[in-house]
Write a protein that binds this ligand. Structure first.
Ligand code: URA
Length: 236
């Protein structure tokens, strides 16, 4: 990261404008290396790995790559209409860092949701051409048949889509439980595909994107930073 003043860094970390960031320093709320910082214009050289703001340890990371375990009942939108927003599950300062969802999950779908403020990364992961498989676990209303599986792997027509969409992989876990992997990220795609094959999705959750899986230890509503290896695996 190039040379930065403390107020600029705070602003990049989502603490508002430079003026607002300067005010945090003037109020004595910013601590660097165990000492209260006094000069908002101090140049950070070398760049610290962390700083404390209002008693909270903040990693000095300006590029956000996050995974969230999206619970059911949250909207992937900055302007939610009927439910809470997934952004409310993240630190408020991430909003000041222009964080966005990398693809969306519908309100009723839970599971792995990626978020970032890096346009190129977002595009890379969302692009069907890049071929990252999105794997879902679906609980169905009716028994899943071999005929339905064949139809989904062959491709089904969805309303308002020019081309048929195919499931890339399907695994049957139980009579009414499957995993299904798709390459695109069309509106309600898995639900619509199962409906087109004559079944109905009752519960849906995303398990993985490419080879990045939702860890069992990440509870619904919890988030963490992606590791460098995960970012690279996703093409970032
Ligand atoms: N397919 C759906 O139906 N919903 C999602 O949220 C994602 C894929």
């Amino acid at each position: 990261m190039p040379e930065l003043t403390l107020e600029r860094l705070l602003s990049k970390l989502g603490y508002g404008s430079r003026k607002e960031s300067r005010a945090l320093v003037r109020m004595g709320l910013v601590t660097l290396g165990g000492k209260i910082a006094e000069d908002p214009f101090m140049i950070l050289e070398p760049m610290p790995k962390t700083l404390q703001v209002n008693g909270e340890e903040i990693p000095v990371v300006t590029e956000l790559y996050i995974m969230l375990h999206k619970p059911q009942g949250y909207e992937c939108s900055h302007q939610p209409r009927h439910h809470d927003s997934v952004f409310g599950l993240l630190p408020e300062r991430f909003l000041g860092m222009e964080i966005q969802c990398v693809g969306r999950l519908d309100v009723e779908t839970s599971g792995l949701l990626l978020l970032s403020n890096q346009g190129k990364f977002i595009h890379q992961v969302e692009s069907p051409k890049k071929g990252l498989l999105k794997k879902y676990r679906a609980e169905l209303a009716r028994e899943f048949t071999e005929a339905q599986k064949a139809q989904l792997l062959e491709g089904v027509a969805l309303r308002n889509e020019k081309k048929k969409v195919q499931a890339k992989e399907i695994e049957t876990l139980g009579k009414k439980i499957i995993t299904i992997s798709i390459q695109e990220g069309l509106y309600h795609q898995v639900r619509r595909m199962l409906a087109a094959a004559g079944n109905h999705v009752e519960q849906l959750s995303r398990l993985s994107i490419g080879n990045v899986a939702l860890p069992e230890t990440l509870a619904p509503g919890a988030w963490r930073y992606l590791t460098q290896e995960e970012i690279e695996n996703l093409g970032g």
